[in-house]
Design a protein around this ligand. Structure first.
Ligand SMILES: Cc1cc2nc3c(=O)[nH]c(=O)nc-3n(C[C@H](O)[C@H](O)[C@H](O)COP(=O)(O)OP(=O)(O)OC[C@H]3O[C@@H](n4cnc5c(N)ncnc54)[C@H](O)[C@@H]3O)c2cc1C
Length: 316
């Protein structure tokens, strides 16, 4: 298996390192700043081919990648926005099926989630296929013993740009924390049964918008219909891997925390100082989550207004 990862300005996308690990360290990096991105894969990658081809052109890139990949039975891309654009074009050019949204990929078995992650489907693909893998589902163990990857530059020097109808990048917008897929969010603010009403989820989302966090919830909350199922974090919800997780009135049941990845920091607000979420937290605040949220929203009030103002005012 080989991973194909789109790099923008030296930055690996969310889930980029995970697909490289899933493919036992073999990767093709394509885009801009690929050498820097290759260095970031130390301890994960063993063998990297780089194509330094500039700005995102998925149709053109697919034609450049297809000859490199036609002998590779399984090609795996992260289900990042760029990966999801490139994967179907590659699959079409390589005349292979595409398995989208996998949580695990081996040469003989692909596990896919369906129906808003409520079902896991196991498929047994033919010998050749393309797959995308959901960011955050796997995690990566950095190996200190792994020697530096062998990097080969396969940038086409003389090939003219292919005359294909292609996507054109007109503007790159920063992610909106309110709508960002939980699996890709670097900060998540989660609500649980300790919250006293549906309106708290709006409050949580508003506070999240100020601090750049996407709103998530426990199953108790999604079962009540306070937020859609897509917001549910856990074994039967989405799997996330944020840098920061803020939990308000969340007990930390294993079915919830098993979907949390490995956050670098956890802050938990709960009246029960001994519940699992408080045990996991770097900062455990024994307090009423609703009152704390009110105080936080009030403290951030000016910023809340500024945020609303920013989104409604036409840019200068
Ligand atoms: C097969 C299966 C799959 C599941 N999948 C998922 C899943 O994907 N995701 C998921 O989240 N759950 C899942 N669950 C449910 C899971 O087991 C828990 O029931 C759920 O996560 C608990 O949610 P909670 O923390 O909101 O509620 P509770 O466990 O009821 O915890 C509420 C917390 O709020 C605290 N609290 C109460 N009042 C206040 C207050 N005023 N201020 C502050 N804190 C307060 C309490 O001390 C408690 O810690 C699954 C269960 C099963 C059986």
């Amino acid at each position: 298996m080989i991973a194909v990862v789109v790099v923008r300005d030296g930055q690996l996308p969310s889930g980029g390192d995970e697909v490289v690990a899933e493919c036992s360290g073999r990767a093709v990096l394509i885009g801009s700043g690929t050498a820097a991105a290759a260095a970031d894969l130390a301890g994960v990658a063993t063998e990297i081919t780089v194509l330094e081809v500039g700005g995102f052109q998925p149709a053109d890139w697919a034609t450049k990648l297809a000859p490199l990949l036609h002998h590779e039975p399984a090609v795996v891309l992260p289900g990042s926005p760029d990966g999801r654009d490139l994967a179907p074009r590659l699959a079409a050019l390589l005349h292979r099926p595409l398995y989208a949204g996998a949580i695990s990929v081996t040469p003989h078995r692909v596990e896919l989630t369906r129906r808003s992650s409520t079902e896991i489907h196991q498929t047994h693909p033919g010998p050749e296929f393309v797959a995308t893998m959901q960011p955050g589902v796997r995690g990566v163990a950095i190996s200190a013993d792994l020697t530096a990857p062998v990097v080969t530059d396969a940038t086409p020097t003389h090939l003219p740009r292919q005359q294909v109808r292609d996507a054109r990048v007109t503007e790159v917008l920063p992610p909106d924390p309110a709508t960002l897929a939980r699996a890709e969010a670097p900060r998540i603010i989660g609500g649980g049964a300790g919250l006293d009403g549906e309106h708290r989820m709006d409050q949580l989302a508003a506070v999240g918008a100020v601090i750049g966090a996407s709103m998530g919830a426990t199953r108790v909350i999604t079962d009540r219909g306070w937020v859609p199922h897509q917001r549910q974090i856990g074994t039967t919800g989405v799997v996330v891997d944020p840098e920061l997780y803020l939990a308000f009135g969340v007990s930390g049941a294993v079915q919830h925390t098993s979907g949390l990845g490995a956050p670098q920091h956890i802050i938990s607000v709960n009246t029960d100082g001994h519940c699992p979420m408080m045990q996991l937290a770097d900062l455990a605040i024994v307090a009423d989550a609703n009152e704390t949220l009110d105080h936080l929203a009030a403290l951030l009030g000016a910023s809340l207004q500024a945020t609303l103002h920013d989104t409604t005012e036409p840019s200068a």
